[in-house]
Design a protein around this ligand. Structure first.
Ligand code: UD1
Length: 422
């Protein structure tokens, strides 16, 4: 298994290009199942999660061709010959459950394995099921698989989500595009990835209004056609690389970054003493002074502070002046990076969903272990600021969500390398 060696070596300087959003791409890819005509995605990120979704779609009979070194995904679901999303693929990645709504809408039936436990919390599928049942689907759990059918076709309905789940909103939104009549999603998720999905579906002929707000209205159509769509920039990758100069010093421009993707995160950076300015090509980030100030952070659905940046923000706050309180409200058990950061000298107390971080002057390099995708990159960020060498092992998590992390950080002067098979 590969590991990453980071040696703290001072300020960074230069530019980092931001890739297309993993989470947007993982929702856009299953949209191909809704139409017989080709769907092409450009600006796709090159990540193992995307390869997992490719394998899943291919197992259902879709054609997925990766072009231009993986940045273009040409897909066609003309002939779907299987309606079972197998456990062996679904267990690797929860987002596999996004094939349920589209398959049900197009074929009238679908069998999708439940994803099973995830390192960062239970993550059930009750909201997805509730939404699809409201559209008339009959769903049963047998042998660990959700068996869904809509013998009389899906029908538009009012769906009230008790929580603004990203995945449930995406699944039901896709299904509703082909349902008969009008669907209203109340308390829908407002994430930029939902807006990106809705905009792609509109190009395919769907009639959707209100995406980006908590009420989305969908007027069902008989069929969707082909389209070409560029994947929106990855706000989590953007936030992660914005933290690199915040932590290590210097100035970095994140190319393709836009303020509206990271509003609440930028507010917290500002409170901490980090300046962010818009440029012609992206966002430029540097510290305002020598001191990072402690800030309190609560994770919330968009437009609140994203849970997917909580671990990375914690890495910054480890060396802030004062005590920061981080409250995790989206996933239970999402502080697994805390004990690893403590191996590097951080002072953190975790109690339930709250972590108190008492800033220390200097982190020290140490061997640490990646426990999930965002936790792994938070350890790399911490390593940039630490004295000495940090070796992050189990980096396969990292490859699920960050393309060429070493190359991108090397380009701005970081001392970082991948150790093969260590
Ligand atoms: C998506 C993102 C993930 C991000 C998360 C929250 C993708 C591929 N992944 O995950 O990176 O961390 O949004 O921003 O886009 N829940 C239920 N029942 C359900 C569905 C969810 O209780 O049916 C709960 C989950 O357990 C969790 C919370 O709702 O506590 C948020 O989940 P959700 O918004 O659905 O996240 P995902 O779509 O899985």
């Amino acid at each position: 298994m590969d590991s990453i060696l980071v040696t703290g070596n001072g300020p960074l300087s230069g530019q980092i290009p931001i890739a297309g959003a993993k989470n947007a791409c993982l929702a856009l890819m299953p949209a191909t199942l809704l139409s017989e005509e080709p769907l092409t995605l450009t600006n796709a990120p090159r990540l193992s999660d995307i390869r997992t979704m490719t394998a899943l779609l291919q197992s259902l009979g879709a054609e997925v061709t990766s072009l231009q070194n993986g940045q273009v995904l040409a897909m066609s679901s003309h002939d779907l010959n299987n309606h079972v999303a197998d456990y062996d693929i679904v267990r690797k990645m929860r987002a596999s459950n996004l094939v349920l709504g589209p398959m049900l809408a197009r074929l009238g039936h679908a069998v999708v394995s439940l994803p099973g436990g995830c390192a960062i919390g239970a993550r059930p599928m009750d909201l997805h099921i509730h939404g699809l049942e409201a559209l008339g689907a009959e769903i049963e759990l047998r042998d660990g698989y959700l068996h869904a059918k809509a013998p009389r076709g899906l029908k538009g309905a009012v769906v009230d989500f008790s929580f603004a789940s990203v995945g449930a909103t995406e699944n039901v939104l896709m299904a509703a595009t082909l349902a008969k009549g009008t669907t209203v999603l109340n308390n829908a998720a407002r994430e930029p990835e939902i807006v990106d999905l809705a905009s792609c579906l509109r190009k395919m002929g769907a009639r959707i209004e209100g995406d980006g707000t908590s009420v989305i209205t969908i007027e069902g159509v008989d069929r969707l056609h082909g389209a070409t769509h560029p994947v929106v920039a990855d706000r989590i990758e953007l936030g992660t690389y914005m933290l690199a100069p915040a932590i290590a010093g210097g100035e970095v421009e994140c190319l393709g970054g836009r303020l509206e993707l990271v509003g609440s995160f930028v507010e917290k950076l500002d409170e901490a003493g980090i300046s962010v300015t818009e440029t012609e090509h992206g966002l430029k980030v540097r510290r305002r002074g020598d001191v990072i100030r402690a800030v309190d952070v609560t994770t919330e659905p968009f437009p609140g502070f994203p849970t997917d940046l909580q671990a990375q923000m914690m890495a910054l706050l480890c060396t802030a002046e004062g005590t920061s309180v981080l409250e995790e409200r989206i996933f239970e058990n999402r502080f697994m990076h805390a004990p690893e950061l403590m191996r590097m000298g951080a002072q953190i107390e975790v109690q339930g969903g709250t972590a108190r971080v008492n800033g220390v002057e200097q982190l020290k390099g140490a061997p640490v272990m990646a426990t999930d995708l965002r936790a792994s990159v938070s350890l790399i960020l911490a390593g940039l600021a630490a004295e000495g060498e940090t070796v992050v092992s189990r980096v396969y998590h990292l490859d699920r969500g960050y393309e060429h992390v070493e190359t991108k950080l090397q380009a701005v002067g970081a001392k970082i390398e991948r150790i093969q098979g260590a």
